[in-house]
Design a protein around this ligand. Structure first.
Ligand code: URP
Ligand code: ZN
Ligand code: ZN
Length: 463
C-alpha cells in the first residue's frame, strides 16, 4: 500500500529537487529520486509538475460575526475553496466576547468547524478582555493548542484594547510561549478622522480608505513593536499594507528584534485606484487596513523578497456585495469590513510573484507554507515535503492557465476582488494527509474530514 508520486520537482523553501515522493497512510515516507515501485503502490505521474507543501493560510475569518452580519463562507465552503486553490491548512480566529472566558469562544469555534472543515485548521484567539482570570485563560488556550492571540489597536468600542492590556498579554507570552498577532492601526485617531468625514457628509465607500492614513498604521506598528521589545517577546503584525508600516518592521528587524509581519494579495496587487469605480461598487474593496496608493505595492514586494515580510495570508473575510456590503449604502462605517481571497492566494503569488520575477519559486513556497508553519508552531508536521511530515502535497501545474472570476470560484460570495485576473500556474491535484481531496479544480474529499491542529507554542524560537 502507498502512493508513489513520480517524476515531479519537489520545491521547498531552500531548494528544488527532481525526486519521487512516497506516501504511506497520512504521512510522507520517503523523498528521493528513483524510489522503486512496489506491488500495491499506486503511481501518480507528475512529469512537468511541481510538488509543493500544502499552502498554509494563517489568517482567515470563516463564519465570523462582524459588522452586524456574518462572513459568508462557513468552514465547509471556505475550506473547500481553500483546498481547490492549493491550501491544505488554515488558522482561523475565534473571538472572545467581552466578559466571557476564552474557552467559551474556543468551544463555539470548534463547533463551527468540526463537522464542516474540509482541510486541517488551527485557531488563534482574539482577545477582547483581559481580566486577571484572562491571563490564566491565555495559558489554558495554549494547552489546547491555541498558540497565538490576536489583539486589536483598531475598532474602538468593538475589538480595540488599550496599551496596558496589550502589554499584559505580551508579558504573559514570555511565560507561555505563545505569539501575539497585532492588528496595528491607531483606532482612536482614525475614529476622530472618521467622525469629521461623516460630519462633512462624506459617506461613500472611498472614505473608508481616505480616513485611515498609512501613518496611523505605522504609528501602531511602531508602538506594538516597542511594547513587545519592553516585554522581551516576539510580535507578529497582521495584514501589513503600507511602506510606512513596513519601514517600522524593517527598522526593528535591522536591530535584531524578533518582529514578524504578513501582507496579503490585495495589498500586493490592488491599490486605492481600484476603488475608482461608479456608485457603491467600491464597497467590494472595503477592508481594514484599506487599499493604499500605488507606490506602496513595489515596496511590499521588495519587503517579501528581502524577508522584512515573512508571510502572505489572505485575511479572507467575505461579505456578499448584494445583501451584506449594502448595509453601508448610506454610510461607509456600516459596510462590513473584509474581502474574499482564500481560493486564489497561491495562483496570484505564483503568477505575479514567481512568473513576474519578483520572488523565486523557493521563496514562494516559504511565504505561502513553510514560514507560516514555523511561525505558528506547525513545522515540520506541516509546511514541508519531508519524511515524517503530513502528506499535504499540491501537485502544481506551472503552465496551467486560469481566469479568476466570481462566476467560477468556489467561495460563497458574489464577487471577486481579482475579477478578470488571468494567472498561469494552478493546483492539479491536492493531497491532505495522504488523501486526494482536489482534482482539476474539483473538491473530491469528504466534508468534515479536516482536523483541529494543536499548535506548539514556540517560546521565542521562531527564527
Ligand atoms: O477588514 C478586515 N480585515 N476584516 C477582518 C477583520 C480584521 O481586522 O482582520
Ligand atoms: Zn485585523
Ligand atoms: Zn483579519
Amino acid at each position: 500500500m502507498g502512493l508513489l508520486i513520480r517524476n515531479g520537482s519537489v520545491v521547498s523553501a531552500d531548494k528544488t529537487l527532481a525526486a519521487d515522493v512516497l506516501i504511506e497512510g497520512a504521512t510522507i515516507k520517503e523523498v528521493r529520486a528513483g524510489i522503486p515501485a512496489e506491488p500495491g503502490h499506486e503511481i501518480l505521474d507528475a512529469t512537468g509538475m511541481l510538488l509543493l507543501p500544502g499552502g498554509i493560510d494563517a489568517h482567515t475569518h470563516l463564519d465570523m460575526p462582524f459588522g452586524g452580519t456574518t462572513s459568508s463562507d462557513d468552514f465547509e465552503t471556505g475550506t473547500c475553496a481553500a483546498a481547490i486553490g492549493g491550501t491544505t491548512t488554515i488558522v482561523d480566529f475565534a473571538i472572545q466576547a467581552r466578559g466571557t472566558k476564552m474557552r467559551d469562544a474556543l468551544d463555539t469555534w470548534w463547533k463551527k468547524a468540526e463537522s464542516k472543515a474540509c482541510i486541517d485548521y488551527g485557531l488563534h484567539m482574539i482577545v477582547t478582555d483581559l481580566s486577571d482570570a484572562g491571563l490564566e485563560d491565555m495559558d489554558d488556550m495554549v494547552r489546547e493548542g491555541v498558540a497565538s492571540f490576536k489583539l486589536f489597536m483598531a475598532y474602538p468600542n468593538v475589538l480595540m484594547v488599550d496599551d496596558a492590556t496589550i502589554f499584559r498579554a505580551l508579558k504573559q507570552t514570555s511565560k507561555n510561549g505563545a505569539l501575539i498577532c497585532m492588528h496595528a492601526e491607531n483606532g482612536s485617531v482614525i475614529d476622530v478622522i472618521v467622525r469629521q468625514a461623516l460630519a462633512e457628509g462624506k459617506t461613500a465607500p472611498i472614505y473608508h480608505a481616505l480616513t485611515r492614513p498609512t501613518l496611523a498604521e505605522a504609528e501602531a506598528v511602531h508602538r506594538a513593536i516597542a511594547l513587545a521589545e519592553i516585554a522581551g517577546v516576539p510580535i507578529y503584525i497582521v495584514h501589513l499594507s503600507s511602506e510606512d508600516a513596513l519601514n517600522q518592521v524593517r527598522e526593528a528587524r535591522d536591530r535584531g528584534l524578533p518582529a514578524f509581519a504578513e501582507t496579503c494579495p490585495q495589498y500586493l496587487l490592488l491599490s486605492i485606484d481600484d476603488m475608482n469605480v461608479p456608485g457603491f461598487e467600491s464597497a467590494k474593496y472595503v477592508f481594514t487596513p484599506p487599499l493604499r496608493e500605488k507606490q506602496n505595492l513595489p515596496k511590499l514586494w521588495d519587503g517579501l523578497k528581502s524577508d522584512h515580510l515573512q508571510v502572505v495570508s489572505t485575511d479572507h473575510c467575505p461579505f456578499c456585495f448584494e445583501d451584506q456590503k449594502s448595509l453601508g449604502k448610506d454610510d461607509f462605517t456600516k459596510i462590513p469590513n473584509g474581502g474574499p481571497g482564500i481560493e486564489n492566494r497561491l495562483q496570484l503569488l505564483h503568477h505575479h510573484g514567481v512568473n513576474a520575477g519578483k520572488i523565486t519559486l523557493n521563496r514562494f513556497v516559504e511565504i505561502v507554507s513553510t514560514a507560516p508553519a514555523r511561525i505558528f508552531g506547525m513545522y515540520p508536521k506541516k509546511g514541508a515535503i519531508a519524511p515524517g511530515s503530513d502528506a499535504d502535497i499540491v501537485v502544481w501545474d506551472p503552465k496551467a492557465e486560469h481566469l479568476i472570476s466570481a462566476k467560477t470560484h468556489h467561495m460563497r460570495v458574489d464577487y471577486s476582488m481579482f475579477e478578470g485576473f488571468k494567472v498561469q500556474g494552478n493546483a492539479r491535484q491536492v493531497f491532505s494527509r495522504g488523501e486526494l481531496i482536489v482534482e482539476y479544480g474539483r473538491y473530491v474529499g469528504r466534508t468534515g474530514r479536516g482536523q483541529y491542529l494543536r499548535r506548539e507554542a514556540r517560546g521565542g524560537a521562531w527564527t
